[in-house]
Design a binder for this molecule. Structure first.
Ligand SMILES: [Zn+2]
Ligand SMILES: [Zn+2]
Length: 389
């Protein structure tokens, strides 16, 4: 607890755990987000008990859950908030409708908040600051008024986008159509309007909410940090399974402009696979990928931190000798990375000008091999490094 009688200078940075910084409660948000999961848990079993089940109820709920969930990850997050790829107007329209179906505000509001999350991660101005605890970052942040919620100064590109602004203006009509009218219409087709409203409307919205909320809470708590330790973001394949691929969150926070969250092709990232498939069909373009040397530099910096932290716990005589070894292997990695990046730059320039030669291709390959060799030597140190005293 801070001592209110202290005579020391007040800190200029607001305490992120200070409850007084939270705005007044927005009761509609607080009640809906608290009661909708309880209502789902009670009404779905009650409906099945009294009226039985129909396969179309679950099938429609799952389909709409994927539709709305991917609307957030593929549309709101990777397209509008990060501009990690470009898309055809048809794709953008579908992304805006499916994102609205997720009931998480318009793409403009969502993206402006998310850009603040990346700019101020784990600090006071981060709307879902994970250092304030699981429930705050999961959903309690939505319970409170936030004077920045209608500040779109960090999203002039979106404010100038006619389609995004159309969705912003008509947000509640789209919400009502996707979450009430469509489930009701589908329900009448199988003579179960109430059942469809409960399964494909209420329960589906709850599941969509919880999947997205986990990105802000669990993805900042569970997993490891192979790319950077500058914030609380973590990589976790378990989180990826429940968030449509957003669980590789440490990679995402380190390289937010990359259209992928799961770097490897086999990492569970259906959002990435969908964007990639859209590219094959000509619906998405300019998919941004972080260049390999840039990624490996971050990976190296992080591994160096791990080594030095571990060495700091060893005996002084061991520490000194090993520090020299680690630093010299690290320097070799940095040198080969720089050479590889330079060769790649030259190669890209040649591709642009139509001047690619076999020797240039060879030079890139040699530079990559030299880096790979130095990286293997650097990583081999962890097998022989003495354990902490
Ligand atoms: Zn995050
Ligand atoms: Zn993001």
């Amino acid at each position: 607890m801070p001592d209110s009688t202290s005579t020391t200078e007040p800190t200029l940075v607001p305490d992120s755990n200070e409850p007084a910084t939270r705005g007044p409660i927005i009761w509609s948000n607080a009640l809906f987000l608290s009661l909708s999961p309880i209502l789902t848990a009670l009404s779905i079993p009650a409906y099945i008990y009294f009226s039985g089940h129909h396969w179309a109820l679950t099938a429609t709920a799952i389909t709409l859950w994927i539709f709305a969930g991917m609307g957030i990850t593929v549309g709101y997050h990777r397209l509008f908030a990060h501009r990690s790829y470009d898309a055809h107007p048809v794709w953008r329209f579908i992304a805006l409708v499916s994102g609205a179906a997720a009931l998480q505000n318009s793409a403009l509001v969502w993206s402006a908040s998310h850009r603040r999350h990346h700019k101020h991660t784990d600090h006071h101005e981060d709307p879902y600051d994970a250092t304030k605890g699981f429930w705050w970052s999961h959903m309690r942040w939505i319970f409170h008024e936030n004077d920045k919620v209608h500040d779109y100064s960090n999203a002039p590109d979106l404010a100038a986008d006619k389609l995004v602004m159309w969705q912003h203006r008509n947000y509640w009509s789209i919400v009502f159509t996707c979450n009430v009218l469509i489930p009701l219409a589908l329900g009448f087709m199988i003579d179960r309007p109430l059942g469809m409203l409960l399964f494909a409307g209420l329960a589906r919205v709850v599941f969509t909410h919880q999947a997205t909320f986990c990105i802000n809470s669990l993805c900042h708590m569970i997993g490891n940090q192979p790319w950077s330790k500058k914030d609380t973001s973590k990589d976790s394949w378990i989180c990826a399974l429940i968030t449509f691929g957003e669980g590789y969150h440490n990679f995402h926070h380190t390289f937010p402009a990359d259209y992928r969250n799961g770097l490897k092709w086999y990492h569970f990232d259906p959002s990435k696979w969908l964007i990639w498939t859209g590219n094959l069909l000509g619906l998405t373009s300019n998919l941004k990928r972080t260049e390999a040397p840039v990624r490996w530099r971050k990976r190296h910096d992080r591994q160096l931190e791990v080594y030095l932290d571990r060495l700091a716990e060893t005996l002084p005589e061991v520490h000194g000798e090993w520090k020299v070894r680690v630093e010299s292997a690290s320097q070799r990695v940095e040198e080969t990375l720089t050479q590889w990046a330079e060769q790649l730059r030259e190669y890209r320039r040649a591709v642009k000008n139509g001047e690619v030669t076999e020797s240039l291709r060879q030079a890139v390959s040699e530079a990559q091999k030299a880096w790979h060799h130095s990286w293997k030597e650097f990583m081999a140190l962890r097998n022989t490094m003495p354990l902490p005293a």
